[in-house]
Design a protein around this ligand. Sequence first.
Ligand SMILES: [Zn+2]
Ligand SMILES: [Zn+2]
Length: 360
Amino acid sequence: MAQTTPNHKLTVSGWAAHDNSGVISPYTFKRRVNGPDDVSIKILYCGICHTDIHHVKNEWGITMYPVVPGHEITGVITEVGSNVNGFKIGDRVGVGCLAATCLDCEFCKSSQENYCDKVQFTYNGIFWDGSITYGGYSEMLVADHRYVAHIPENLPMDATAPLLCAGITVYAPMIDGKLHESTGMRIGIVGLGGLGHVAIKFGKAFGHHVTVISTSPSKEKEARERLGADDFIISTDPTQMQSKRRTLDFILDTVAAPHSVGPILELLKVKGTLVLVGAPDKPLELPSFPMIFGKRVVKGSMIGGMKETQDMLNFCGTHNITCDIETVTPDKINEALHRLVKNDIKYRFVINIGDTKSSL
Ligand SMILES: [Zn+2]
Ligand SMILES: [Zn+2]
């Protein structure tokens, strides 16, 4: 484990959960010294993702405590290994969910390393040397350069951080659905939260007609006026749902709470595609009739590969796309996690790691 691995000699300050109470407190731990394939990164910002909550509370039963969460990391390179090309000290970079993959399988060889069977994540993973990975709720990170992306100069480091998970999670299925190859498609975004609000921005930047599908009528004004959505359907209103039957080419479902996808499928045209990126902890109800009668496709998608992550960041640079965020100091992490559980955030918390005036 990390503490006993010989080259884990760097002492790093961070914030960890120590048990399933989910309370985050200061934690000092060891990281490996910068290896030949590594870059060291002074972390400036780290977004708070819903996945962090699942891990700190051990809701998926896989947490190895103490867990240092965080996989929406931005920072500046402070050290570069001898095998590393393309990065130099002072570069503005980001790290997302990936820490290691096998580098040898069909997925690793085709820039889809996020689907490698040996994938290890930025926190709560097991690195090649057997150590447990610790994430971005910390002052610095040593990362293999193959899982590091450049951040375009015009993008701010705080509002860019969530793009490393939330952004790529919605961008990758849109590319897979060929939304970048034409304009004027009619696309739907289910759920207006951390993922959904970025998906609207991408959909509009690709040149499509974007419909938000939500249970909350109160979100319509914001979706249309501030985020640029073209239409808004209240999913609990059967009349509205009925009137929009067979109108959409592609739907991205970002909702992590249990819900029925049958009525959503009816919104798709024949041969339309529904992509699930939210991860409800219970199986979804998936009625066969809307699939069969409309030859519709339901599929999933998980983050993206590193080439795609860089493409996404470059696209955001070109179109000035960032996340809508609220920054918090490290002493407010617990408060932020609590508010995130209640969906009391528009739309992503980002920890200002550099702001250590205040500590827990
Ligand atoms: Zn995430
Ligand atoms: Zn692989």
